[in-house]
Design a protein around this ligand. Sequence first.
Ligand code: FAD
Ligand code: FMN
Length: 754
Amino acid sequence: MRVTCIGGGPAGLYLGILIKARFPSWPVRIVERNRPLDTFGWGVVFSDATLENLRAADEPTRREITQSFAHWDDIEIHFDGHTIRSGGHGFSGISRKRLLSILQQRAAELGVELNFQTDVGDIAAERERCDLLVGADGAHSRVRQSFADEFHPNLEPRRCRFVWLGTTLPLDAFTFIFERTEHGWFTVHAYRFDEELSTFIVECREETWLAHGLDTADTPQTIAFCEQLFEPYLHGHRLLSNSGHLRGRDWLNFMRVSNERWSFDNVVLLGDAAHTAHFSVGSGTKLAMEDAIGLADALAGVESAGLEKALEQYEAGRKLEVLKLQNAARNSTEWFENVARYATLPPEQFAYSLLTRSQRIGHENLRLRDTTYVDRIERWFGGRAVPPMFVPFKLRELELQNRIVVSPMDMYSSVDGTPGDFHLVHLGTRALGGAGLVFTEMTCVTREGRISPGCAGMYLPEHVPAWRRIVDFAHASSRAKVCLQLGHSGPKGSTKLLWEGMDEPLDEGTWPLVAPSAIPYSSRNQVPAELSRAEMDEIRDAFARAAGMGFEAGFDMLELHCAHGYLLSSFITPLRNHRRDEYGGSLENRLRYPLEVFRAMRAVWPADRPMSVRISATDWVDGGVDGNDAVEIARAFKGEGADLIDVSAGQTTPDAKPVYGRMFQTPYSDKIRNEVGIATMAVGNITDVDQVDAILAGGRADLVALGRPHLADPFWTLHAAAELGYEEAPWPVQYLSGKEQLERLVARAREAAS
Ligand SMILES: Cc1cc2nc3c(=O)[nH]c(=O)nc-3n(C[C@H](O)[C@H](O)[C@H](O)COP(=O)(O)OP(=O)(O)OC[C@H]3O[C@@H](n4cnc5c(N)ncnc54)[C@H](O)[C@@H]3O)c2cc1C
Ligand SMILES: Cc1cc2nc3c(=O)[nH]c(=O)nc-3n(C[C@H](O)[C@H](O)[C@H](O)COP(=O)(O)O)c2cc1C
């Protein structure tokens, strides 16, 4: 098999090595436009796990690389006159030049043909001359571009500019420096990679870069600017550039690259050509080299399965891992793009938020790295060393014993809106289970406002005592507080029980629907009637009446459901609201009615009890509500006296394309909390203590709601306490023997594992 690889960066060279080491008879040619060590940038980092992968793939290369490593353990953060250090992070750095030289040498030793200073223009012609063409030609890949119809690339230039400099400043930690200028924030990512040199990447928002005139600065001017800005940290050391071959283009935009497909016929993409991961997660080179391992492994099966199958196998084997890292990298990229948002946090929380920005490192993971640091954070967050989730929280006069919330979940088990024994046991058990706050399911303010015939309501007089029984039980038997979520189904009403078909219209017993506009939720659902002003008054009054009934029933808190495509959510999203009156059009108009409803409820609800609003912070569709709108929505409700925004997302249209993943909605909570300055509740695929504590300590939310985990385990909070060795969580006295046994078993398991 004749292999031609366009690009002699880490991906191409390592692939050449691995192929030659396994299949010595295959001719492998690498074509590189630069001279051998004519590289931009300075150092790259690897984790211990990556090194293990390299060990298995080609031990001589790994040995050479590790001999050239600079190791460090700590991360040091300079922000707002504070220096915060956290340990145990274990990085290894190597000069990019040294890495390339090791790879070039090993490739040559094994018989790879290396052609330098050859810029391949005609990709199709190269393809004709080989059996396998590898596009390892970096983020701006010509191979990818030449076959764009096959690969379907998605290129997303990001908002910051960065320049990759070096310095002789000896650093003993991975160092982040944040400096504010009159035009915005500058960030430094710096780390040592050999005896003499450190990488020094300077990054800022595009508008900051333009405002400082850096778009017209040449290399010496860029260096002079950065040296002056970071003078207090450089201790007399100079900044250096090696980007001569970039012809003055010192400042770059990071380009996020992904491709629907990585291969077709006899062409395959590798490394940055296939996908990029922002330099702040330090994984580009790792991914590039691991791709090479994946491709070399897959090629082992080429004789039996054929080339196309082997390439498909490579793609299938790598894609998930890459996607996970790209998701983490996206969080990290966005963090650095929004330094101004986080700069409002106290320095301790700013640093914690930075350390956990990618959502890959959780609280307990940080504790493993540096117990003292985590102790310090916990003392700062809670006044004493206690897991953040067990720190009480106050909203108006409501005091919650901890930050865990049972998310609202429809049980579809009411009879004409009346909650019964099922609800008493269901919500009662979750109150006993230790959560600080238990939400009711969406409780509908009219019979026609129900989603299904089984939905709970607050529209008949008998609903008050039925709810009162449940709230009284929770209050008498636990420390949990109870929040009533009020809503109206709008265009998503008159549907079957969840387990009979989600959003499926009823076969019989249907009722007419209303909505801001006559747009059905999906082609299967009924077309709703557009609400008249008089009908809007009636529904608003029903919300206010239900709020009053909620007070009679003894609820501690009230939530207005403005999410998930139900009535009020349909007013807010432009996808569902095509009205031409003052309730449609601009976001301000679309918010008018939901705010009016909120105001009517707030007027009835006692001033000492809090109110929250659940929103869909994005429609996950172009042209729908996005994160910036969500900030405005939250700000508007805050203006009306909302105490907390319950940040959900989506479910407003069947066309949504959600980006799922763990904690996938939390970035919206983070954005709203820190841009609006209002308490938020994060929800959505948050499943373990590590995630919960990191969200809270990092200031991404004030409360964390868990839905499905509470269906699986009503005692989630008490189990979490035992897992964390936190003995103060109050168990129901009737269950204390269970507490003691569980704590003993957990302690024993921990001992056995250590
Ligand atoms: C500021 C910054 C900091 C980074 N820090 C880190 C880090 O700390 N750790 C880390 O792991 N990664 C880091 N990276 C990412 C890392 O540089 C890349 O992910 C990695 O180099 C990808 O390897 P590659 O071989 O796929 O692409 P590249 O290294 O870009 O190599 C592609 C090669 O193809 C050549 N080429 C392109 N077109 C042609 C053509 N038409 N003909 C011939 N040759 C061609 C190029 O000259 C180049 O040498 C960083 C990136 C940046 C921008
Ligand atoms: C069975 C079920 C019913 C739900 N009912 C409601 C509801 O009545 N009101 C609401 O706002 N969200 C409702 N949700 C959404 C949850 O509150 C929560 O936002 C969602 O399940 C994501 O959180 P999780 O990943 O922790 O489950 C429901 C979710 C489930 C699984």
